[in-house]
Design a protein. Structure first.
Length: 492
């Protein structure tokens, strides 16, 4: 299910209500608010035996009873299921074939390759997971993905592991034809029909533009994802790495004075993310996503789980929702190959890049990277995991999201030191220091078209096949989409 994609139109909210995004609220100025303190202490559980501590619902069986049905699948929240999945992957070893969240039954389904050691299945069931026997282990699927990387890295292709089918899902966009298609198809067939499937996409893989509040550099516009606290304790935010192709100094208005400077950036390669520090160390950086007339508080970062319901906020398309389809995705953009992404069916359009992907209960999941299609015909959309970006940059997110985290983003990892979970660098610091970091600089509203945005962005065009970073000039009209409500430029 997807929400109305037009800015200003009533949109679905995580709590079931609706909202309209006032045009004047899509800037960073409204973020300059009093600091708020929040301390959410949560520890990462390493041992499987501690699952009951980590998972508040793990003691209740599916029907709500407790006690005797120890082997019955437990009812879990998506975030708790992600934590349990991480623990089971280590417990099962080579027998682990991936996992996904069944949102209808609210259960974690774990794939297990049957073998001589039946004890691992017993342990997985005892932990509260629903066990499904499959043919391919997670390591075998990863080996298959490595073969695709070495034999079929072709612009316009992508692949990710889909635990629901226990196969690698390979996608080729409309530009993959002739000899390129033959090469891709041959490589997929060499893996075996039980290992990978291939499908065609009508669109073209490209970086999208904006997603949260609008940020500008030169002639490019991108979107802010989440406010964070940098490793040195200064306030900062995360956005897409390709956005920084437009320039190192960013402002919150078209042609305005710079308010932030790029500190670290990755694109293409092992991710699509950037850490941008606010120039004023006193900048208020609340940990929330702006939906226009209300906000969603972001408490921590978490790993994505296949089957999980997620929401994306973008200045072009507003609030959209959908599900996580695949993990560890590789996308071969025209600008280069990006690995380690999240694949979803959440629609996005030029102008949505860099924006926030989050859950109803305030977990930061990803940063909009790119994809194909739009919010009319649908398509594939890829996101940079927030946990990976935090770990790589040494930043901390929200009230409870420690750097690098992983599921639970290491919430309260430093809690043992008495620091306020999520206070981040300089634990216990006030939100203004980015404590409420993760904020999605109210990543909801504005936009941020990505660097290199598509030249006609202002016209709401998908600056489509244009390559992200097509130059600071690209997306020259970027930003005008916000001013005239015409849509955004494409940035990546």
């Amino acid at each position: 299910m997807r929400t109305n994609s037009h800015p200003g139109a009533p949109q679905k909210l995580p709590d079931g209500g609706t909202y309209s995004v006032p045009q004047e609220e899509r800037s960073l100025s409204h973020k300059r608010i009093p600091k708020r303190k929040a301390a959410i202490a949560a520890g990462s559980v390493v041992a499987l035996g501690a699952a009951a501590i980590l998972l508040p619902n793990a003691n209740a069986s599916q029907d709500g009873s407790s006690g005797d049905a120890a082997a019955a699948p437990k009812t879990l929240k998506a975030g708790d299921a992600s934590d349990l999945a991480s623990q089971l992957s280590g417990l099962l070893g080579e027998a682990f074939g991936g996992s996904y969240y069944d949102s209808d039954s609210q259960q974690l389904v774990v794939n297990v390759v049957p073998g001589d050691n039946n004890n691992v299945i017993v342990q997985a069931k005892a932990a509260g997971a629903k066990v499904r026997e499959v043919d391919n282990s997670w390591s075998e699927l990863q080996d298959g993905a490595s073969t695709l990387k070495s034999e079929a890295t072709i612009a316009g292709t992508s692949w990710s592991i889909d635990p629901r089918t226990n196969k690698i899902l390979v996608t080729a966009d409309s530009t993959v034809t002739g000899a390129k298609w033959d090469r891709l198809e041959s490589t997929v067939q060499s893996l075996g029909s039980d290992m990978a499937t291939i499908k065609k996409s009508a669109g073209t893989f490209k970086p999208f533009v904006s997603g949260g509040d609008a940020i500008f550099a030169g002639g490019s516009r991108c979107s802010l994802g989440f406010n964070v606290t940098a490793g040195d304790g200064s306030p900062a935010f995360l956005t897409a790495g390709h956005c920084t192709l437009g320039g190192n100094e960013w402002s919150d208005t078209q042609g305005g004075q710079p308010i932030a400077t790029v500190d670290q950036s990755t694109f293409p390669g092992a991710g699509d993310f950037a850490l941008v520090k606010y120039d004023d160390p006193a900048t208020e950086a609340p940990s929330e996503v702006n939906l226009g007339d209300q906000t969603v508080q972001i408490t921590e970062a978490a790993e994505a789980t296949v089957g999980q319901e997620v929401f994306r906020m973008g200045s072009t398309t507003g609030l959209s929702d959908g599900q996580v389809l695949g993990l560890d995705a590789t996308v071969n953009y025209p600008e280069g190959t990006v690995t380690g992404l999240i694949q979803t069916n959440v629609c996005a359009e030029p102008g949505d890049s860099g924006g926030s992907l989050f859950t109803q209960d305030g977990l930061a999941i990803g940063l909009t990277s790119g994809g194909s299609g739009d919010c009319t015909v649908g398509g594939e959309t890829f996101f940079q995991p927030v946990t990976t970006a935090l770990e790589a940059t040494g930043a901390t997110l929200g009230a409870g999201g420690a750097a690098g985290g992983g599921a639970g983003a290491g919430a309260g990892e430093e809690a043992g030191a008495g620091e306020e979970a999520g206070a981040g660098a300089g634990a216990g610091e006030e939100a203004g220091a980015g404590e409420e970091a993760g904020a999605g600089e109210e990543a909801g509203a504005g936009a941020g078209e990505e660097a290199g945005a598509g030249a006609g962005a202002g016209a709401g065009e998908q600056a489509g096949g244009e390559e992200a970073g097509a130059g600071a000039g690209a997306g020259q009209d970027a930003g005008q989409g916000i001013e005239d409500n015409s849509g955004l430029t494409e940035s990546r």
